[in-house]
Design a protein around this ligand. Sequence first.
Ligand code: NAG
Ligand code: NAG
Ligand code: NAG
Ligand code: NAG
Ligand code: NAG
Ligand code: NAG
Length: 415
Amino acid sequence: MQLLRPLLAAALLLLATLSDAHNITSILAKHPELSTFNHYLTLTHLAPEINGKTTITVCAVDNAAMSDLLSKHPSIYTVKNVLSLHVLLDYFGAKKLHQITNGTALAATMYQATGTAPGSAGFVNITDLHGGKVAFAPENNDGTLSSTFVKSVEEIPYNISVIQISKVLPSAAAEAPAPAPTQQNLTNIMSKHGCKVFADTLSAQPDALNTFNDNLDGGLTVFCPLDDAFKAFLPKFKNLTKSGKAALLEFHAVPVYQSKATLKSNNGLQNTLATDGANKFDFTVQNDGEDVTLKTKLTTAKITDTLIDEQPLAIFAINKVLQPKELFKGEAEAPAPAPEPSAADAPAPAKKGKKKKKAADAPADDSDAPADSPDDAADVTADDSNDAVRRNGGRYGGGVVALVLSLVFGLPLML
Ligand SMILES: *[C@@H]1O[C@H](CO)[C@@H](O)[C@H](O)[C@H]1NC(C)=O
Ligand SMILES: *[C@@H]1O[C@H](CO)[C@@H](O)[C@H](O)[C@H]1NC(C)=O
Ligand SMILES: *[C@@H]1O[C@H](CO)[C@@H](O)[C@H](O)[C@H]1NC(C)=O
Ligand SMILES: *[C@@H]1O[C@H](CO)[C@@H](O)[C@H](O)[C@H]1NC(C)=O
Ligand SMILES: *[C@@H]1O[C@H](CO)[C@@H](O)[C@H](O)[C@H]1NC(C)=O
Ligand SMILES: *[C@@H]1O[C@H](CO)[C@@H](O)[C@H](O)[C@H]1NC(C)=O
C-alpha cells in the first residue's frame, strides 16, 4: 500500500495538470485594452491552436493598434495570417527578451508554420536596443524595427508568455489578400513542401485533380506522400490503368476536414475520395504513440508533417504511398514475374486459391521502394499468410489498454 500511495498521488497530479493547460482567451480577458486582439484570436480560430501549444510567446497589441489593422478591411484570412505572425514558437519572458545572446535573435512564428509565408516572412527579428528597449520586426522588413516591447501580460514559465508590443508587426506578405482555404491551390502547397512528385502526378490526372478540388468547399483532408516515397513508387504507378491511377491518387484524400488532433481522437476506418460502392478503398487511422499512422493491408504510413491546417482544408505529408488492396492485392498474390496483364488493376481480386507464401513478392517491393520494404513485407506476411498473427497483435494492444485502465482505476480500490 505504501508503495501505491505515491503512485496514486502521481496519477491524480497528472490528471490535474492535464486539465491545467493555458487558455489564451481567459488570460487576455483580464486586459480590456487587448480585447480586440483577443476577439480576433477567437474569430480566426487561432485561440485553440495557441492553447494546444507550449513554449510559445503571444505578442498582443492594444485596441488602437488593432483598429489600424482593421481599417484596411482585411479578410478574416488575412487577419489570421497577420495575427499568426504575432505568435512566436519559442518562450520569451520579459527577462529573456532583455538578455538576448548577442542582442538579436530570429524567432519562427505560427505564420511560418502555416506554410503560406513566402521566404523568411514568417520569422520575427527581436533586437535589444539602447536604453533597455526591445524591438520587433518581421525578418524581411528592410531593417526597420517599428514595434517595441510594452509590458509582460502573463508568464507561465516555459509554457506561454503573453506580452504586449506597441504596434502590429508590418508585413506585406501577411497582409496580402489571403485566399479563402477553398481557393487554395492544392498542388502548389504540396509542391512547396516536399510532395512535388505527388502534386505533379495529380496535375497530370485532371479527373483526380478535379475530384480533389470539388471537395474543397465541403472539407478535405489530403495525405500526400513525400517525394522519395512517391518517386520510388512511380514504376508501380505507371503500371496502373488510367482509372487505377485516378483511384490511387484519390485514395490519398478523405472528403472531410480533419485536424491532426481529430485524427488522433478518431481512430478507425476512413472512406476516401476513391470509395465507390463495392470498391471500398478505405484505410485505418491508428495512433502509434504520439504518431498517427494510416494502414492498409499492404502499407503502414506515418504522418510526418502538417502542410496546411485551415478548416475546411488540411494537408499532411506521409512517409509512404498508401497501397489500396483493391489495386494491389492481386499483384501481391501473384508470383512476381507472372505476366498477368492487369492483375494490378483488377478491383477486388478473387481470394480463392491464393498463395500463402509471400517471400517471393517482398524482393519485388524492395526494388522499387526500398524505404517501404521492411514494413510492407511484414504486413503482407502477417495479413495474408496468417490472419491470427494480426489478431494477436490486436489482442496484445488490448492487453496494454486493460493494464493501464486497471492501474488507473484499480489503484483507488486497493487503498
Ligand atoms: C505547462 O504545460 C503542461 C502541458 O500542457 C502542463 O502539464 C503544465 O501544468 C503547464 N505548466 C503550468 C505551470 O501551467
Ligand atoms: C477559455 O476561456 C474562455 C473564456 O474564459 C472560455 O469561453 C473557453 O471555453 C475556454 N476554453 C477552453 C478550451 O477551456
Ligand atoms: C554570438 O556571437 C558570437 C561571435 O560573433 C558567435 O560566435 C555566436 O555564435 C553568437 N551566438 C548566437 C547565439 O548567435
Ligand atoms: C535583426 O534586424 C537588425 C536590424 O536590421 C539587424 O541588425 C540584425 O542583424 C537582425 N538580427 C538577425 C538575427 O537577423
Ligand atoms: C496551381 O499552381 C500551379 C503551379 O504550381 C499552376 O500550374 C496551376 O495552374 C495552379 N492551379 C490553379 C487552379 O490556379
Ligand atoms: C508492371 O507490370 C508488369 C506486367 O504485369 C510486371 O511484369 C512488372 O513487374 C510490373 N512492374 C512493377 C514495377 O510493378
